[in-house]
Every structure is written in C-alpha cells, then in structure tokens.
Design a protein around this ligand. Sequence first.
Ligand SMILES: NC(=O)C1=CN([C@@H]2O[C@H](COP(=O)(O)OP(=O)(O)OC[C@H]3O[C@@H](n4cnc5c(N)ncnc54)[C@H](O)[C@@H]3O)[C@@H](O)[C@H]2O)C=CC1
Ligand SMILES: [Mg+2]
Length: 316
Amino acid sequence: MRPLLSWAGRRAVLARTYSPGPSAGYRGASGAQGYVRNPPVGTCDLQGELDRFGGISLRLARLDALDRLDAAAFQKGLQAAVQQWRSEGRTAVWLHIPILQSRFIAPAASLGFCFHHAESDSSTLTLWLGEGPSRLPGYASHQVGVAGAVFDESTRKILVVQDRNKLKNMWKFPGGLSEPGEDIGDTAVREVFEETGIKSEFRSLLSIRQQHTNPGAFGKSDMYIICRLKPYSFTINFCQHECLRCEWMDLNDLAKTENTTPITSRVARLLLYGYREGFDKIDLAVEELPAVHTGLFYKLYHKELPDNYKTMKGID
Ligand SMILES: NC(=O)C1=CN([C@@H]2O[C@H](COP(=O)(O)OP(=O)(O)OC[C@H]3O[C@@H](n4cnc5c(N)ncnc54)[C@H](O)[C@@H]3O)[C@@H](O)[C@H]2O)C=CC1
Ligand SMILES: [Mg+2]
C-alpha cells in the first residue's frame, strides 16, 4: 500500500518522534511538521509516512541509526511514537522490518503489533489504532494452482499424467502453482511443458475449484483452475521428479475411467461435450482490458459475447 503523495508531499506529513532522551529539551515533536535537530545518542528516531487511510508506514530499512540501537531502546522509541500517533488520530501503524533487523519484532509484539505478512527478506507487522475492531485488510487468502487440459482435436487425445508424490496413482492434468505476476494461461503452458515436455498454447479457461484449508496451501485456501490448451508438439518427455507416467489418452477413455480424480473426470466430460457441440459452449475466453484507476491492464475471462452485444447495435 503506497502513499499517493509526491516525495515533497510526503516529507510534509512525515511524523517524527523521539523517545525521551537523557538530556532535557529533547521531547517528542508533535504535529505533522515536527522537527528536532541532533537527537541524543541512544534515542530512537522513528519517522513514518502517512498513507491515504490515515495510517503510518514505518520502514526500518530507511532509518540509518537503527544499526546501533538495541531492542530495549527501540521499544521505548516505538512506544513513544505510537503514543504520539494515537494522539494525532492516526488509524494504524504498518511496521516493515528487514530480516536482519528481526530483533525488533519481539519489542514491537510486546506493544501489541501482530504479523501481517512476510516476504523472503522482510516482515510486516501492524497495530490498529482506530476506533473499534481493526479494518486493515488481511494478506493473501489463497494459493493459485493451474492445470492444462491439452486436447488434440485431430486425434481426440488428451494429455494426462500420474503424480509420483501421491499415494494413489490416478490420472490428472499436468499443472502446478502460479508464480507471482504470472497470467493463468502462461502458468498452464509453462507447467505442462515442465512436467511433460509438450508445447502448447492457451485457448480458454474451463473450470475453477475453490477448496479451503488445503493441506498443501500452508493453512490458506486453494484455487485450482483448469485451462484448455492446444498442443503444437507431441513427443512426451516427462519430468521424472514429479510424474510416474504420462500419456496421450483417448478423451472417451478419460471420461469413463474410474482411475482418475472427480475434477479430472468432470472436466473430461465437459471437454467431450465441447468437442461434440462446439467449444463456445464450455469456453471462458480471455480479453485484455485497461484498468481505470491504475493505467495498468488486466485479463478478463468470460463466455464470448454475441456480436450484437459487443457493439450494442439493435439492442434495446
Ligand atoms: N484434483 C487434482 O487433479 C489435483 C489438483 N491439484 C492442484 O494442483 C495445484 C498444485 O499443483 P502441484 O502439481 O502440486 O504443484 P507444482 O507442480 O507447482 O509442484 C509440485 C512439486 O513441488 C515440490 N514440492 C511441493 N511441496 C513440497 C514440499 N513440501 N517439500 C518439497 N518439495 C515439494 C515437489 O517436487 C512436487 O512434485 C493445487 O492448486 C492443487 O490443488 C493437485 C493435485 C491433484
Ligand atoms: Mg505439478
């Protein structure tokens, strides 16, 4: 969550606080423009940035003096800062701690901060200062897995694998977890290639499964998305670490076999229906559209609109 302020604007609202120093005259400067020169050695200069929700973001990586500070002095400084931010009516504190400064996590927790999330090199803790229960948004609630149903219309064969790491060896579609910033279709194509050696291209999205407290999702929920892919190579060279078997199987056989998972069986029947009646009956196609607020682009998946609805011509 980045403040929507220019650097000059942000400087104007920096909330600067000092813990009580040994000598007189060093008090916490209140007000948005507070400033104190030459803070005494051993004190803690905690500058935060105001966000658009009235919260303070405190990034320890940007504070040079912290290298020489011990946990107790940090706790004192943070306590004074929180007190001041509370009196100024701030709603929350976001505390970003680089992994090498993790000694500051426990002092923050003792003041009521809780973990919000962690990345490989940092953690973020929050403290709600506003009225009533916290309105801060939680972190990620799902992991996203994507599989590719690679279907060759000319032979009516579908690409299936058996997972080496499962207790029961059932046929399923190759797939795996999406990487940060990766489009759903790109995950399907990448995972299919990594696991089977088959090259393919994205055609459509076929189904979405949501499952809570999935054992492989570190306590989070799992979103498992199956895409229809079209192959453009056919020689299997499967990954020995992940797969036990890999085959091109007749789609009818996959739709009928009991040696598969319920979701694979259901999607096999869906594909059979699309193959016979037209894929427009089952496909969620993708289109890229511009986002209004960010200027970025996103992918929208939905059933194809009839032409007259695309143009809205001849529609009341
Ligand atoms: N119903 C179905 O047909 C199935 C659906 N899924 C879904 O597929 C997605 C995940 O796909 P996967 O193929 O499992 O992921 P993946 O293809 O991204 O990674 C699987 C590989 O990661 C490694 N790995 C995973 N956990 C590990 C651990 N704790 N320690 C060491 N290595 C580990 C192993 O090498 C494993 O073979 C999820 O969304 C899941 O719900 C998974 C299995 C069956
Ligand atoms: Mg996999």
